[in-house]
Design a protein around this ligand. Structure first.
Ligand SMILES: Cc1ncc(COP(=O)(O)O)c(C=O)c1O
Length: 377
């Protein structure tokens, strides 16, 4: 909670409540410690070196990144262990990552789910020397990347990694993003239990075939907020937990008092149905929720400043133009020029669209860059 005067901040701006951010980082580390798993947060949420360093200081073993360019920012920024949890199929990107890791005396690990992906890693790593760590990506229900546990290619793929003189098989990695489609915490827990069961079955099969599975890595904020299922898991990779957003509020997985990110906007016009605000899809993104999960309530909730801390009188943002948002005021009168704070549906794309973050500390404002903004290659 902050009592800072926000009137000097131009709109739209992304605000981060520093105390809540620190609280979420500490909660995440405590949760990982309690379940005896390592925490390797996904930095695609904040794209900030500052926040990554806070997570490492709190006890995180390294970070997870998705895109190669994004990972490079963090390797060059002094983070010593990075998992690139996105299939890298372009030799030039893999070579760049390996060179950056070498230069910065850091470790970079990859995932693969295809023979082509393993081949690219193998060929490129062979030119760099040393052995590069590779996870096999397992699909636990999102049906995005990863092999099904029953896929006949699974064992041969692990064997091909093991046979390579340039690669090292690290273990299994999954992302239960389909948990965002659950309607409540109990459904999320069922998904987390199923994820854990799939990974343990695959681990047992690989071990029976003589392959050591050192790491079993899971990670999604819904499961991290609710799960008690960590049997056989060695590492968690949540990203969104540092900020949280309207999606996890809608799902009932966290209370609004934990949400650290909001967007400060101004009312620029008003009509009988809507307050028109100065943030549209170019500030809030058009995301209805992670992985295309929809939100009947729209693109986020807007609060008058005086009601934000108690999360009272939230008004839905029901439509977006590029530079305008349509807030359904439901008869509440707010004058043009009034300011609102928005909890967006999905904090991660909002940060990627922002030039910087305005940090609300107890008695002062700070500005932190979004270091990996727009790094989507
Ligand atoms: C591979 C992978 N790991 C971890 C995460 C973090 O999940 P969340 O955004 O729910 O925190 C993501 C998010 O998309 C992901 O794709």
């Amino acid at each position: 909670m902050t009592s800072l005067d926000l009137s000097s901040i131009e709109t739209p701006s992304v605000l981060i409540d520093h105390a809540r951010l620190i609280g979420n980082i500490a909660w995440g580390q405590r949760t990982a410690d309690t379940h005896h798993v390592k925490l390797r947060p996904h930095i695609k949420t904040h794209k900030s070196l500052h926040i990554a360093r806070l997570q490492i200081e709190a006890g995180a073993v390294g970070i997870t990144a998705s895109k190669a360019e994004e990972a490079l920012v963090f390797l060059n920024g002094g983070i010593k262990s990075v998992t690139v949890a996105y299939p890298q199929v372009a030799p030039v990107k893999v070579a760049r990552l390996l060179a950056a890791a070498l230069k910065n005396e850091a470790e970079v690990r990859f995932i693969a789910d295809s023979p082509q992906g393993v081949q690219v890693l193998d060929n490129t790593a062979a030119r760099h020397g040393g052995r590069v760590g590779v996870f096999l990506k397992i699909d636990v229900g999102l049906h995005r990347c990863g092999l099904q546990e029953t896929d006949a290619r699974l064992l041969p793929l692990v064997e091909s990694i093991q046979k390579s003189r340039s690669l090292r098989f690290v273990g299994l990695l999954s992302h239960a993003g389909h948990a965002y489609g659950a309607t409540d915490a109990s459904q999320v827990r069922v998904i987390a239990e199923a994820e854990c069961a799939v990974l343990n079955r695959v681990r047992c099969r690989l071990e029976a075939a003589g392959h050591a599975v050192v790491e079993v890595s899971v990670g999604a904020t819904p499961t991290f907020l609710t799960s008690q299922s960590y049997e056989g898991i060695t590492e968690v990779r949540p990203g969104n937990y540092v900020f949280l957003d309207q999606t996890v509020l809608r799902m009932g997985l966290a209370g609004p008092e934990r949400v650290a990110l909001s967007v400060l906007v101004s009312v620029v016009s008003a009509n009988e149905d809507y307050l028109i605000i100065d943030a549209g899809s170019k500030a809030l993104s058009s995301d209805l929720g992670a992985h295309g999960t929809g939100t009947p309530g729209g693109y986020g909730k807007a609060y008058p400043l005086s009601d934000y801390e108690r999360h009272a009188n939230g008004m839905p943002i029901v439509k977006l133009s590029e530079e305008h948002g349509f807030v359904r005021h439901e008869g509440r009168s707010l004058s043009v020029g009034a300011r609102l704070r928005i909890i967006p549906n999905h904090a991660c794309p909002v940060v990627n669209l922002a030039e910087g973050l305005v940090i609300l500390k107890e008695t002062e404002l700070a500005a932190w860059p979004v270091d990996a903004r727009g790094k989507v290659r």
